[in-house]
Design a protein. Sequence first.
Length: 291
Amino acid sequence: MKTSELFKRDRPVFSFEVFPPRNFNRPNAEQRVCATMDVLQEVNPDFVSVTYRGSGPDAPKATIGIAKIIRERYQTESVVHLPAARLTRADVDNFLAMAEDAGIQNILALRGDIPEGGRVSDDFHYASDLVRYIKSKGDFNVSGACYPEGHPESPDALSDIQSLKIKVDAGTSELISQLFFDNEAFFRFQDRCKFAGINVPIEAGIMPIMTAAQAKRMQEMARVNLPAKLQGVLHRFADKPDALRDAGIAYAVDQIVDLLAHGVDGIHLYTMDNPEVAARIIEATRNIIRA
């Protein structure tokens, strides 16, 4: 099933992101993925996205391999990430052929972080270039990323929305947002999208904070705002790891409830392959998500 069809139902879409093990060829790699999926399937997610991790020939194999396990063993639709900055046109052709052979229709087209040594190639300078190319290569459903507080490299909000409009017009069917901690920023972003004529569904990306270091890293890398409420949580429990983990989960649950109450198209949960965290958020929101 194409994930774009999921948004036509009369309820929010609920999805997760999982990470391939660094070495998918290790004996316990598949078991790790299944341990995460055993927990996630309890809430019957609408789809699970699989991050493209690492480089070299093993990266596409791991990504496609995990997506295939999710589809076939767990009967859950999967979405595979495809980062343009790490790939040549030939790499993309090979990846799409592998995806098609595995029965995977859904691609999350990204520019991706530029490696320290620079782009592998400049065949796809922008994510919109990759979207357009994928649409020309087969009957794939293409989703894209968006940044409620602006892409870290965008000079201003207007430029960011203009670039997003180009990506959507290139053939993007739905958007998954970067993580954020300020729901008001997301609501303002939704308004800007509507004003710009961006009318595809937008899933809100939520990541529960587990450590103060994680929060600082997200603030620096993704340029996301830490609201006063969250800063107070971090300050109060910074030296109490168990308490901070509980508070981080509670904060994420509060975000999810507020977003659902405001009619968000969907929730995409970044759990960093932590089944315990996923299970606790699922338990706290199970009836709300499916209401």
